[in-house]
Design a protein around this ligand. Structure first.
Ligand code: ATP
Ligand code: MG
Length: 352
């Protein structure tokens, strides 16, 4: 297989972690006989410094003309005082919007080797944790009509059937690739949008008879996530509920340097990035954990290129290196072997 990937390293630790992710991408290509080519583009603070805007046209075009995008992180204190339309973070919104990415996937995986980092009791976690939050990314209250006077304000939550249907279809497809259990989260006892959501899922689910569907109200889902997270496999929900639940889910794994994400649309194109930010305090110091970005490459192989075995081989390599006791500083515990960004990337590439 031949694929072309747009690489946007961004700011802070972005270049450090992307370098290691590309090492692993090269290794997986060599192992399985695929050709992955890349082009690099500027976005975020580095783009502001170079050309005065956070998302140059050339970057968006380059991404559009690739098979997928691998993103590091954008932002940092150097650019925090700029006007809001000149913030590095604008590059992220511009890429999501400009590329039409409406489906955000955030897996929350607790590696058994790192279970000390989990804030929940061992008996709650049991065998470990591996769930996926599918969040609608371009609709709902973030994009609805809003207003403000001196003594009042309002925001509206709106969804069309088309918007609901396309995110649900993505979620069903993802559930089919996992354990075929899908939990839909809403507030159908209160919200019209949630009632419409339930009508649509009832209609769509007949096309995916192999997927078992359950429903939870969002308040209950938030509670269940910390009481009994093992009951979940794939959770699908609207934009704001997904924002909140995916942060909650990621924190119960306790390790920001470990978690990848994907933003998808109807075709196979996607943008892949770690959930953490640019961590300017440790940039360029060989301290950053590259695993979230390496696992983002695995997601790219699985969701954009349909390369399941290749994706699994990266995930297994990560697990093997953790089994070997190797840890970057953020996941280090006494008795383990401390390694830097560069060595962690090389160890995972070798384990492949
Ligand atoms: P953003 O606002 O961009 O989401 P943030 O400022 O809230 O980001 P991050 O940049 O994600 O937070 O990081 C917060 C801290 O967590 C960093 O300063 C760093 O110490 C640590 N951190 C984040 N990512 C990593 C990583 N990959 N490896 C090691 N430590 C990390
Ligand atoms: Mg920040």
């Amino acid at each position: 297989m031949k694929k072309h990937i747009a690489v946007v390293s961004g700011d802070g630790i972005g270049p450090d972690i992307i370098r290691e992710a590309l090492k692993v991408l090269g290794a997986v290509g060599a192992k399985f006989g695929h050709t992955f080519t890349t082009s690099s583009y500027l976005a975020g603070g580095v783009a502001l410094d170079a050309v005065g805007i956070p998302l140059p046209k050339e970057t968006l075009e380059g991404c559009k003309n690739s098979d997928s995008v691998l993103l590091g992180a954008v932002g940092g204190p150097k650019w925090d005082t700029l006007a809001s339309n000149l913030r590095p973070e604008k590059a992220l919104l511009g890429l999501r919007g400009g590329l039409g990415l409406f489906c955000n996937l955030r897996p929350a995986i607790l590696y058994k080797q790192l279970s000390d980092a989990c804030p929940l009791k061992a008996e709650i976690i049991g065998e470990g944790l591996d769930l996926m939050v599918v969040r609608e990314l371009t609709g709902g209250i973030y994009f609805g009509e809003r207003g403000r006077s001196d003594d009042a304000a309002y925001d509206t939550m709106a969804y069309t059937v088309t918007e609901i249907e396309r995110i649900l279809r993505k979620a069903f497809e993802i559930a089919q690739k996992r354990s075929k259990r899908l939990c839909s989260v809403d507030k159908a006892n209160i919200l019209n949008t949630s009632q419409l959501w339930r009508e649509v899922i009832k209609r769509v689910q007949v096309e995916y008879p192999d997927v078992e569907v359950s429903h939870l109200y969002v308040d209950n889902a938030a509670m269940q996530l910390v009481r009994n997270p093992g009951q979940f496999d794939v959770i699908v929900t609207e934009n704001m509920f997904g924002d909140i639940l995916s942060d909650e889910a990621s924190q119960i794994t306790g390790s920001i340097g470990m978690l990848p994400s994907a933003s998808l649309r109807e075709d196979s194109f996607g943008m892949y990035e770690p959930i953490h930010g640019s961590a300017p305090d440790i940039a360029g110091k060989d301290l950053a954990n590259p695993i979230a970005t390496i696992l983002s490459v695995a997601m790219m192989l699985r969701y954009s290129f349909g390369l399941q075995a290749e994706a699994e081989s990266i995930e297994k390599a990560v697990s093997k290196v953790l089994d070997g006791g190797y840890r970057t500083a953020d996941i280090y515990t006494p008795g383990m072997k401390k390694v830097g960004t560069n060595d962690m990337g090389s160890l995972i590439a070798q384990a492949l």
